[in-house]
Ligand binder design. Sequence first.
Ligand code: GTP
Ligand code: MG
Length: 452
Amino acid sequence: DHTNADTLRTPIVAVLGHVDHGKTSLLDTIRGSAVSEGEAGAITQHIGATDIPLDTISGMAGELIDPTDFDLPGLLFIDTPGHHSFSTLRARGGALADIAVLVVDVNDGFQPQTEEAIDILRRTGTPFVVAANKVDTTPGWNPQEGEPIQRSLEAQSERAEAMLNENLYEIIGQLSDAGFSADLYWRVQDFQKNIGVVPLSALTGEGVPDLLTVLMGLSQRFMKEEMAIDVEGPGEGTVLEVKDERGFGATIDTVVYDGVIRNGDTIVVGGQNEPIVTEIRALLQPRPLEEIRTEKQFEKVAAVGAAAGVKIAAPDLDQAMAGAPVRVVRDRPLEDVIEEVKAELAEIEVETADNGVVVKADTLGSLEAMANALREAEVPILRAEVGDIAPRDIAVAETANQDEHKAILGFNVDLLANAESDLENADVKLFTNDVIYQLIEDYETYVEEKQR
Ligand code: GTP
Ligand code: MG
């Protein structure tokens, strides 16, 4: 049912995991090795993402990959910075990412944000592999820079290998407790049934060729259907982040997963109150190979095709929400596109009650995850919104009938400066955390103490 314009797009790979387990380091290593492959021009830095073409990946994977086995163009890694990495980003009711890498520190094993990431992967049915990172910290380790893991294991003492194995089987056990049957990736026959664990080091690069090989294999085998897109079709994407940019006002960093977005296109974007209808003033990309987090200079481009990350500048984007859909209208009736965006947002709508707490979160995905966790904890929600904590939220929380509900639970958000004095003067308790379970536990402890 696809048109002639069908082509295979780049699979979108999200990197998730607990704080400090090495997500950013892993991406830096992949980028770095891509550059040292001598194909600096081949890898392109997008807004919030890095595109690594198949040739470069196969160069890095060396003997492990035969590029003729693949017809996907490469991999687009989303580097959701820091704590954002485990919040869900959605696309058409599923996960934005086609596949995911769950980074786990071999010494630390599962930690709260690992559990949260696992919950999100389970709920969205996203295929994933586990990167058992920091193998180089195993006592007595003999590092084998950039080598496939089997090569590296051959160079280790029996004692070091035994210690590593102990940690790896601990993680495999934790995956099993979480309901996933897993094994070391080279023992996995069917990646649809079993989760592959790839021992690696983001620091020394050993095992990274294996990870790239497994990711290419996974996307090739299970993703090809979804990768077939109409490259000329109206663009579809998801907002990664809403950011103020000097000279442009509010902009949206967007991952485009279908079709093409052109400068001047009319788009519909999910907003705080209503879908936003606006016209693109500029499509912005970082200069080649510049790290986006330090990037100040952008290049204006005429069009961006899936899959890609791009910054969109357009009027009225200040009410846009991270995690919300972006749709190009093109030659369709505007009303239809607005309805589409509304329908997608309605899927995420959180059930609220007449009485309960106020919930704020950084993205729609994390808001949904908060709502699920609160439902399980039987904590009702009066109001749930994406965004930082504003004076209005304090006013709403104060209206709660029960004292225990006069509370705001903020996940990954800040208290706005103009709300600080309101909070001081109000009988409202504020809880903020970037671990959902912790946030809810803190609230529950508070309620228990109140009832005592
Ligand atoms: P957040 O963004 O804060 O969630 O952390 P992250 O998961 O991106 O971790 P990051 O890459 O910043 O790494 C955290 C620390 O672990 C840094 O000091 C890294 O140098 C170190 N690190 C990461 N990978 C490795 C590894 O393979 N080996 C060793 N020895 N250290 C590592
Ligand atoms: Mg990081």
